[in-house]
Design a protein around this ligand. Structure first.
Ligand code: ZN
Length: 238
């Protein structure tokens, strides 16, 4: 009796040890450091992170189809108001296993704020988290600022305080509606390099060209030996 009680105790101790080891491992595996600025991967491997902003929207689903066809996990930076408009699509993105980041609630251009606006940003991020929680049951770790806003004073400390990292991009041009499609494809291809972070937009009204450009860019770069990954995979451990 005593021996079996001792044995049980020993097993419990081993189990607790294993659990704490797993916890340490999973904490160490978290890709991002809060308050850190990421924009390009440090790798010699032919990998490029694909990121999509301003969604979800009506072009998100065809983009999901394209990613599925090529077996790509990408990153979607969603706007809170769009998540509330298209909760089903936000859920679809999450269910397809893509990474989701916070792109604020109303896409305010913080350059227009006369003073530091940490409270406004914190409020917008929380509104988007709530929308994402309701729609897709996800919580994000990363933020992409609307209009590529950046400052050295309050932005990173505010994000750090709330556990977020900032993810920018190394190349993107698809919002320029006047640039011809073929030229845009060539611009993305010219910007391809190991560790690149490409920005595209799945949200917005006129994204037919984006869809065509992403399709062509993915196909061409796969032929050159590139593999497409999420921001999370790109920045893991960097
Ligand atoms: Zn945006």
């Amino acid at each position: 009796m005593q021996t079996s009680a001792l044995r049980t105790q020993r097993w419990i101790r081993r189990f607790v040890c294993l659990l704490s080891e797993l916890c340490v491992l999973s904490c160490a595996a978290s890709a991002y450091e809060p308050g850190k600025f990421y924009w390009q991967g440090k790798t010699q491997e032919k990998v490029i992170a694909l990121t999509f902003d301003d969604g979800p929207g009506r072009f998100t689903v065809p983009i999901l189809d394209l990613l599925k066809k090529h077996n790509i996990r990408a990153t979607f930076f969603m706007e809170g108001t769009m998540v509330e408009t298209y909760p089903e699509i936000a859920r679809q993105v999450a269910q397809a296993g893509h990474e989701i980041g916070n792109h604020t609630y109303v896409h305010f251009n913080y350059r227009l704020a006369k003073n530091a606006a940490p409270e406004r940003l914190t409020h917008e991020l929380a509104q988007t988290e709530a929308a994402l929680e309701r729609a897709a049951g996800v919580r994000t770790q990363i933020v992409r600022m609307p209009h590529g806003y950046y400052n050295r004073t309050w932005l990173l400390p505010t994000l750090k305080e709330h556990g977020y990292a900032l993810v920018h991009w190394s190349f993107g041009t698809d919002w320029h509606l006047k640039v011809p499609q073929e030229q845009m494809i060539q611009e993305y291809l010219a910007a391809a390099k190991p560790g690149a972070v490409f920005l595209f937009h799945d949200g917005g009204r006129r994204r037919e060209k984006t869809l065509a450009v992403v399709t062509a860019v993915v196909e061409a770069l796969e032929k050159q030996g590139y593999r497409f990954i999420s921001a999370e995979e790109m920045f893991k451990g960097s």
